[in-house]
Ligand binder design. Structure first.
Ligand SMILES: [Zn+2]
Length: 208
């Protein structure tokens, strides 16, 4: 990738001449979270200093008293911080950034964020449904909102049976988020089990 990165740098600093006209080039870096973290030498999204842009820590997640999350990272700081010895001083920088596109031109792709968040939330519903024998109720509700979804059993070589379900794409998950009626699913679920799973659901939302 070295040659490509060199060209990116070259274009950023010197622009591009086409038929005698000089164009300046402003790069934006947009990709999913994992790739951005790798390219910028940052920790994974589950680390203490997880954020691509600021020094927010895991403990600050869901702290709605904080009014603003300005972009704090700079390429210069990343180069310095990655050689520090402690987590507090590294602030999530583990390697030097490979790109010199500044952080205010770094954009995480929202489809992947949405898929991950909705994947976690929908998984909570699946577990509630499986633990309470309500597979048919969920299938019926999803059919009602035109989401093609079925549970099915898979037999392993060891003879055990595992329940699997249809993988859903972004469009279907959007539809579920907006239209799925949860009442029939929760209906008749014992309060204790419901509470436990709702707590899990809450944790998942807070962990995002
Ligand atoms: Zn942040």
């Amino acid at each position: 990738m070295g040659a490509t990165l060199e060209q990116v740098e070259e274009l950023q600093h010197h622009g591009l001449a086409v038929n005698g006209v000089q164009y300046s080039v402003i790069w934006y870096c947009c990709s999913d979270w994992t790739f951005l973290a790798m390219v910028y030498g940052l920790n994974s999204s589950t680390a203490k200093f997880f954020c691509i842009w600021c020094y927010c820590t895991k403990a600050n997640i869901a702290d709605f008293s904080i009014q603003d999350w300005p972009i704090q990272r700079t390429l210069e700081d990343c180069h310095k911080q990655c050689s520090n010895k402690t987590t507090e001083k590294r602030k999530g920088c583990v390697n030097e950034p490979l790109l010199s596109i500044p952080f205010d031109h770094v954009i995480v792709d929202t489809l992947h964020l949405f898929l991950r968040i909705m994947g976690l939330l929908f998984r909570q519903i699946i577990e509630l449904v499986l633990n309470n024998g309500k597979k048919e109720v969920l299938e019926t509700e999803l059919e009602r909102i035109n989401v093609p979804f079925k549970f099915y059993e898979v037999q392993s070589e060891q003879g055990t049976t595992e329940t699997k379900w249809t993988r859903l794409d972004g469009k279907d998950l959007h539809n579920i988020l907006e239209n799925l009626e949860l009442k029939p699913i929760f209906n008749g679920v014992p309060a204790t089990s419901r509470n436990e799973e709702l707590q899990e659901c809450k944790k998942a939302v807070e962990g995002i």
